[in-house]
Design a protein around this ligand. Structure first.
Ligand SMILES: [Cu+2]
Length: 265
């Protein structure tokens, strides 16, 4: 049994220095609100017990997307414990899908995989800075009208994401480097590496590209994937979404889903 905590915190976020502030609800691992979502890493066979503390002013509950497991409903200011079981290795998403709380930030990834020497994590998400206040005010939201202006890896746009050592891939020529991706957003993305090819070793859906070795791989909304990168050369290269709207930040390029990474000899 792995025991960990999940604090539902609400606050204001900014996805760009000097950019707009907008309301957000985040699953965090402490009582301090931060935009980066909690991430849980366990081994196959482990049971995860989440102690959930709801610091928000409305009730919340979580489900494992596609998995049929639900937490208790936790009223504002209350707490509950939730045991989640996984019979297969993979990447799972926990989310509060009621009232579009997941669009407001309330979802994250649970990784159930064997231990590895070199692993990195990418939670993909889009944000529309003028939408969240309307959702919180109870106005209807039609996903067909979604027009995001911020695109994040671990809830940070480039260049801020360069400070995230869990997102910025690093290693040496010949290493087996695994990248755990979970698309928490509403859009499909296409992850494109410069300098290297990556192998798709896991997908949470029936993905006919499994085991393909390519420089670009699409990832659907709410899909999770694992890439294996075995670098054949040293150097510094970008990896970015090939859907170029997602490499903007507040309407300007470059930014968003773009990470520069370095492989050493
Ligand atoms: Cu490119």
């Amino acid at each position: 049994m792995i025991v960990d905590s999940l604090f539902v915190n609400s606050g204001m976020v900014q996805m760009e220095f000097g950019g707009p502030m907008f309301p957000y609800i985040s699953p965090n691992q402490s009582t301090t609100f931060e935009k980066e979502a909690a991430r849980y890493r366990i081994l196959p066979g482990d049971t995860l017990r989440l102690m959930i503390f709801n610091n928000d002013n409305k009730s919340h509950s979580f489900t494992i997307r596609g998995g049929g497991q639900s937490s208790p409903v936790i009223p504002a200011g209350n707490s509950a414990s939730w045991d989640v079981h996984f019979s297969n290795p993979g990447i799972y998403q926990f989310a509060d899908e009621s009232d579009h709380n997941d669009v407001l930030g309330l979802s994250g990834m649970i990784i159930v995989w064997r231990g590895l020497d070199h692993e990195f994590y990418w939670s993909l998400r889009e944000h529309q800075s003028d939408l969240n206040a309307n959702i919180l005010a109870g106005q209807p939201f039609d996903p067909d009208d979604f027009a995001p202006d911020y695109f994040t890896v671990n809830e940070k746009s480039h260049p801020e994401v360069q400070n995230d050592s869990a997102a910025v891939i690093s290693g040496k020529v010949g290493d087996s480097i695994y990248i755990f991706l979970s698309n928490q957003g509403l859009m499909d993305h296409s992850i494109h590496f410069h300098g290297y090819h990556i192998q798709l070793v896991y997908s949470s859906i029936n993905n006919w590209q499994l085991d393909w070795i390519k420089d670009s791989l699409p990832i659907k909304a709410q899909e999770s994937q694992i890439y294996l990168l075995v670098p054949h050369q040293e150097g510094t290269f970008p990896v970015h979404d090939h859907n170029l709207v997602a490499t903007t930040i507040g309407g300007n390029a470059p930014g968003g889903m773009l990470v520069l990474f370095t492989i050493d000899p």
